[in-house]
Structure formats: C-alpha cells, structure tokens
Design a protein around this ligand. Structure first.
Ligand SMILES: [Zn+2]
Length: 226
C-alpha cells in the first residue's frame, strides 16, 4: 500500500511539475531561472520516456497557444535538446522571405550547418524568453539542418529564408545560445514595446513599395533553385 501511495504521489508530482513547466516561460532577465537558457542542454535518448512525450505535446501546445513560430524546451524550463516550430500564414504579415507555410514540427537533438556562399540577411527578431530585448540579427540565408523525429528517425533538410532564420533561432536555443546576445550593434536595440512601432513603420513602407496594404500578407517568396 505504501509503495502504491508513494508511486502515486511521485506520479502526481511529476504531472504537476510538467504542467508548471509547460505554462511558465523562462526569461533571460529572471535572476533565478535564466541559467536554464544559457547552461548546457542535454541530448535526448531514444526511445522517449512517457514524460518526454508528454512534454513534447505540451511544448507544441504552447507554440500554438502563443501563436509563436517556435519554442525550444529550455524556454519552458526543460534542459533538453528539443524544439517545436511552425510557419503559420501570419508570418507573411511580417516577413517577405517565407518560402513555404508549415504545420507544427518537432526536431530533437537538432543541429545546422550554414551554406555561407548564400550569404546572410538582417532582420528583426524577438524571443519569448527575452521580452525586454528586441533587435535585428544577421542570419544565414540557407542552412542544412538535421535532427531526430519523436520516434528517433533521422531528419534532415535544407531551409531558406525565414525558415532558415527560425531554425537558427530555435536550434541555437538547443545549444544554449540566444538571439539577444547577437543583435546587430548598428541597428536599433531595445525592448519589444519600444521598437515594435519602428518595425511596423519599416514593414508598412516595404509593403507600400510592393503595392500592398498594411494588412496584406507578403507573397510567398519563390524558392531558389538549390
Ligand atoms: Zn527564442
């Protein structure tokens, strides 16, 4: 009986712990939790534990709830190399380098290699773990990425434009790096609240140049012949 109670208690604790993790974002300016974002992150072993599978579902739910392009596990307090990301239609409100819309996808133990010959682009980036930071960051236009799916199968591919930017951001989280530490020093840098109006003006002007209204989506960018 005691064993049952102890097991039940532990299971309940785990459930509570996971649900707290799954709802609370770690912020880089939180002195008690910021280390989670910058300390080393463990690779995941397969097969996934039940807890890990549940956490991945919670991570995906959080991405959708926040209408985020992506999140990585450390942002929810879990120091494991896992990211969930998507390219929803709303990305076209802000980005003119989206080549494809993409439903939510999970990548485990991810890494990337830049294709340096394709150059870099400078664009705005914020982070759900750095609400007091906002700026522009140079990212490679083309990367080759790889990782595992939830069953441990190898996944690899090439990403261009916004997806390349998104994956560099999220995979960097899995290697304890954040965009806020690499903002372009020659571009404005401040809080999201302060700089969002500047970004909106830039996007509005760009849309006007393309004959679009402020509320229009940018068209999907044509894929390059790679
Ligand atoms: Zn982030």
């Amino acid at each position: 009986m005691m064993t049952f109670i102890r097991t039940f208690f532990l299971f309940s604790l785990t459930t509570v712990f996971l649900s707290v993790q799954a709802t609370e974002l770690v912020d880089i300016d939180d002195p008690e939790r910021s280390y989670i974002l910058t300390n080393s992150i463990a690779e995941v072993e397969f097969p996934l534990s039940q807890e890990e599978s549940q956490f991945i579902e919670a991570l995906k739910s959080k991405v959708i709830e926040l209408k985020a392009a992506g999140l990585a596990a450390p942002q929810l307090g879990v120091t494991k190399s896992i990211t969930a990301f998507q390219v929803p239609e709303e990305a076209l409100l802000w980005r003119e380098d989206v080549t494809d819309l993409m439903p939510i996808m999970v990548l485990i133990n991810p890494s990337y290699e830049p294709v340096e010959s394709e150059g870099k682009s400078l664009d705005w980036e914020g982070c759900f773990s750095g609400k007091n930071h906002y700026g522009k960051i140079w990212r490679y236009n083309l990367i080759k990425y790889k990782g595992k799916d939830i069953d441990g199968n190898d996944v690899e591919g090439e990403a261009f434009g916004f997806l390349a930017r998104l994956l560099q951001h999220e995979i960097d989280h899995c290697h304890h790096k954040m965009c806020i530490h690499n903002y372009d020093p020659d571009s404005p840098h401040g809080s999201q609240a302060d700089l969002m109006p500047t970004r909106k003006i830039e996007v509005k002007q760009r849309k006007r140049e393309l004959g679009l209204k402020e509320t229009d989506y940018f068209p999907l960018m044509k894929k390059k012949n790679l």
